[in-house]
Design a protein around this ligand. Structure first.
Ligand code: MN
Length: 247
């Protein structure tokens, strides 16, 4: 049997500046790991403080990339000052994930970007973010849900015709969970928006020319895989594309 594809999984880290009693550390929620494993991939950790030489060595072995959720991207990356609600900024994480995204684009390596991940993907390609949905757009949808993480709380409309995301999710409208106070504003170059919340907030993107598998979703499918085939399909599609890429 062929060896399972290796999926690089990015990690959260303690924010810049540090906190008393918390040593600097990196972590990733089990849900991401399980979702990759259940889809047939092997998750490989990509901690923010990986140095350039180590990333270089790892890069040759990775078949796909998963950008995970977490704190906010530093708005300096899209030329803005920080809104007061911006939190948990890590320069090291921004740097690693933007570098990984640029390399994945260049090498056409399959990439799935979740929550913060879709925002990193957009910013890495020159796009910008709503730094705070409520104050920036006046939306009345609770994108920072208080319900449990595995519970869908708002709908998303998906463009079905000719889109990878539509084919992957298999339905024109799905119910998703929502744990973000930021969202995509100006789209990065080469991306197209293909899914939206009822308030117009972008909830899904893909690469416009369709040459590689690059999918971004603003919700958290890793928390939904137990009961949602559409969420499972996102990870299966990533792993299948990673397997194809290797050949
Ligand atoms: Mn949302």
């Amino acid at each position: 049997m062929a060896r399972p594809p290796l999926i690089g999984v990015t990690m959260s880290t303690t924010p810049d500046g540090g906190q008393t009693n918390t040593p600097p550390r990196a972590w990733v929620n089990h849900a991401y790991f399980r979702a990759v494993l259940d889809a047939g991939g092997i998750p490989i950790l990509l901690p923010p403080h990986l140095d350039g030489r180590a990333l270089e060595q790892l890069w040759a072995r990775l078949d796909g990339i998963l950008l995970t959720g977490g704190g906010d991207v530093d708005p300096a990356h899209f030329g803005e000052d920080q809104h007061p609600t911006v939190a948990d900024v890590s320069e090291a994480r921004d740097r690693l994930e933007i570098a990984v995204t640029e390399r994945a684009m260049h090498d056409r390596r399959p990439l799935l970007a979740i929550c913060r991940g879709i925002q990193v993907l957009n910013v890495a390609l020159g796009g910008s973010l709503h730094q705070d949905i409520a104050s920036d757009t006046g939306s009345t949808i609770a994108h920072s849900q208080t319900a449990p993480r595995d519970q869908p709380t708002h709908l998303v409309k998906v463009m079905g015709e000719g889109t990878r995301l539509g084919a992957t999710l298999g339905a024109p409208e799905i119910a998703v969970n929502s744990m973000h106070h930021q969202a995509l504003k100006r789209l990065g170059s080469g991306l197209r928006d293909v899914a939206w919340a009822p308030d117009g907030i972008i909830e899904g993107v893909e690469i416009a020319d369709g040459t590689a598998l690059v999918l971004g979703v603003q919700w958290h499918p890793e928390e939904l895989v137990a009961h949602d085939p559409a969420a499972r399909n996102l990870f299966r599609t990533l792993v299948a594309a990673a397997e194809m890429h290797r050949r």
